[in-house]
Ligand binder design. Sequence first.
Ligand code: FES
Length: 208
Amino acid sequence: MTQASVNGVPHGAPLDKDKRNWIVATCAVGGIGVAAVAVPLVSSLQPSEKAKATGAAVEVDISGIRPGEKLTIEWRGKPVWIVKRTPEQLAALPKNDALLADPKSQRKLPDWTPEYARNENRSIKPETLVVVGICPHLGCSPSEKFKTGAQPSLPDDWAGGFLCPCHGSTFDLAGRVYKNKPSPDNLEVPPHRYLSDTRLLIGEDKKA
Ligand code: FES
């Protein structure tokens, strides 16, 4: 794997246009000789059936995600988004607080937003957001709307984030839901931890 690709997807190519482009990184941890192999198409490589059945943690190489890009992996049959936010996107987050339903992520504690993500960025490292890409309202998968400004179905002063097309819930770039939207909660932050600067473990946040 080189710096010129995100787990096989060339830079310049959109990372997440649809589920066909999901990039699934293996694999279950806890076994002997843990191997992490990533391929560009979900149809080419899935975590093993056993790993899926047990909800095993998934190791992900995040070295190729550039600022402003999102990578989707699958964990427990759910999409998990890893977003590398730009300095400008991070700087804009605090300005959203007054417009949000739960800006400090105090709902459904302790699990919905683990303690290490209970901060303004909802993340361990400020630039890297990790959230489950499922709307807490009725389970649709929101669309990324990173472009700022006026556009269909969004306010004129849109600061970038996600739009759930089913019933119009909107989330900022920390996965926090805006007020008066159908979603009762922010996007879930799954348990996760860093194995190194470039490798994330999704599904487990404590060392065995
Ligand atoms: S499922 Fe997202 S707003 Fe209803």
